[in-house]
Write a protein that binds this ligand. Structure first.
Ligand code: FES
Length: 155
């Protein structure tokens, strides 16, 4: 693990114990999840018990403790999106990527997640990929949407 990035994050936060949450968030921003090794490193470097770091990481649901893909495909399953076909869109994404909701592709390129309403109901059914909103998505539009994020498309 490249600890220089973690060192820089800790330094940026002035090694301040009260900033542990911000430090963990920044680390997740770098690795796309919160590796246990990184949490252990932070604990050692900041002389904070590992149990404290782990408790924070498990308390806040925004932290992902399992490795995730480079692209996070988030399908909104809130009521408005649900009635507009979100379950069928989710099924199509699962079929397209050959993984189930919550899983990551073998090449670590995609992870599928679901969320309950992000407050953009008029766009339903809505899929968010790395923060890009794909509104009013239909099952027939799923393949094109996914292809935009495949490595070949980004070369
Ligand atoms: S239900 Fe999907 S954005 Fe509100």
């Amino acid at each position: 693990m490249d600890t220089s990035k973690i060192d820089a994050i800790i330094e940026r936060n002035n090694s301040d114990e009260t900033a542990i949450l911000a430090i963990l968030q920044d680390i997740q921003g770098v690795f796309n999840y919160l590796p246990r090794e990184a949490m252990e490193y932070v604990a050692k470097k900041m002389e904070v018990p590992f149990s404290r770091i782990a408790a924070l990481a498990t308390f806040f649901s925004s932290f992902a403790l399992e490795e995730r893909g480079k692209h996070i495909v988030t399908v909104c399953m809130g009521t408005a999106c649900h009635v507009r076909g979100a379950p069928r869109v989710l099924e199509e994404i699962e079929r397209e990527l050959d993984i189930k909701n919550g899983e990551t592709t073998e090449d670590k390129n995609f992870t599928i997640e679901t969320v309950n309403c992000v407050g953009a109901c008029a766009l339903g059914p809505l899929v968010i990929v790395n923060g890009d909103y794909h509104g009013n998505i239909s099952t027939s539009g799923v393949a094109d949407m996914i292809n935009q994020y495949k490595p070949d498309a980004q070369a």
